[in-house]
Design a protein around this ligand. Sequence first.
Ligand SMILES: Cc1cc2nc3c(=O)[nH]c(=O)nc-3n(C[C@H](O)[C@H](O)[C@H](O)COP(=O)(O)OP(=O)(O)OC[C@H]3O[C@@H](n4cnc5c(N)ncnc54)[C@H](O)[C@@H]3O)c2cc1C
Length: 494
Amino acid sequence: MKKIVIIGGGIAGLSAGCYARMNGYDTHIYELHDVPGGLCTAWKRKGYTFDCCIHWLEGTSPDSEFHEIWQELGALQGKKIYYKEISIKIFLKDQVINFYNDPDKLAEYLKEIAPEDNEMIDELVYALRKFYLLNDMPLTKAKEVFTVIDKIKMIKSFIPFIKFFKKYGNGTVDEFANKFKNPILQQAIPALLADTKLKFFLGIPFLLATKDSGFPQGGSLNFAKSIEQRFISLGGKIHYSSKIKKILVTNNEAVGIQLEDGTEIKADIVISAADGYSTIFKMLAGKFINKKIRNCYENEPVFPSYLQVSIGVDMDLSDDPNLNSIYNLYKLDKTIMLAGEEKNYIYLKSYAFDPTFSPKGKTTLVVGFTSDPEYWDKIYQDKEKYKQEKKNVEGVVISYLEKIIPNIQEKIEAIDVATPMTIIRYTNNWKGSTMGWANPFSVKIPRTLPKLKNFFMAGQWVGDTGVSGAAKSGRDCLEYICKKDKKKFIATKP
Ligand SMILES: Cc1cc2nc3c(=O)[nH]c(=O)nc-3n(C[C@H](O)[C@H](O)[C@H](O)COP(=O)(O)OP(=O)(O)OC[C@H]3O[C@@H](n4cnc5c(N)ncnc54)[C@H](O)[C@@H]3O)c2cc1C
């Protein structure tokens, strides 16, 4: 039996592990943290669960192509799925705008607010419909195993999108918003991207296309643990608190891995489902690279890092009609400085809909911002300064929350601030990125590296972004390995 070692027990690594076992490989995952999931995670404080990942999960609906993969991975069985009809609720100074995820409902609602913008609203809704079609594209086969017929089918399925991408592919959200006549919508549309600094228009339909993508009860870590259990029940072995330092290479063939403590583990195949930068430039010392890959790592922007304030409050907010969206964005009266950056919006998410998140009658809330990892890195060395900066953030957030939910301060029972350094410490992601490349449509890194045999990569840094992208990436990786090993790829369900 061939042995596969997988670096990283995030969703891509766990998925690769499950399919490796289904296909008869002796499989070991090495994970630096002591829990599975990588970015798909949560933690507990004083009885409250603080989630730091899934807003919406592609493939929760049994009608979706993706659902099959979750079934194979045992990820959703027995879990209640929560759906929201409002993706994002924007709070402007004098008006609240609901961005519904149903295209018809969104069109009708926005046209009531701004009948003078019928044409532009139709354009927005057209982009949203196209995104739903993109999400529905068949995806169960890895592109590396495509036959000529598969390729033709793929190209054909892209034809309806050519005009769409040509028209909107390079557009910015500000250009789009400026074409609206109504001042409220002129403000509300760019507000959807808040302070992310990601200004490409396609980010908007991406954020709104959440209709059949729900939230699995128990949240992100619970979800990751289900896949970990599937891996273990298939006979896989997962080694926690095991950081990999080096990928061992002999004559241009990956032959194993070396842990930070120097332990060497031999293998026939190595898969890295860990951070792309450290895999290519540290574990492999930048020896297996070409111009295209170097160019990506030198020039392509990454999805921003993140600062999260998680709060447990002794208040039942489950019936609050203002908290019924996936998340809310509040435009601030004036720009504030937070962790060295100007902020104009506060993001707020309530988990009151899921009773597993807090003790009965209480609520978990999360406030989040994009944040600069370099700023945090500079103060991180001085533990007191770092602690103080986290306290400052906490103070700013609480004072704004008081305006949104009066008297909340005295009801706070648990509070926790996670910074870009937290993301780096627990997941090793380059620049603390939460999704890998900022524009995965423009970045395609191959699953293998030039001149390196028996080595594969999976996950968000190969451009397979999001929880679902990572799971598909692990599956694709094994489909490709089976093809190379001249084996029929097998996928089973528990
Ligand atoms: C706040 C937030 C919100 C998000 N919202 C959504 C959402 O709503 N929907 C969605 O689909 N996606 C969402 N995402 C994105 C999604 O979580 C990621 O794209 C996806 O989980 C990436 O999975 P991955 O396995 O590719 O990478 P990772 O999760 O980064 O996994 C890599 C793993 O490798 C391990 N590792 C790294 N280096 C080493 C090493 N040297 N040795 C051993 N192990 C190592 C890490 O610890 C980690 O466990 C969100 C992410 C965040 C943080």
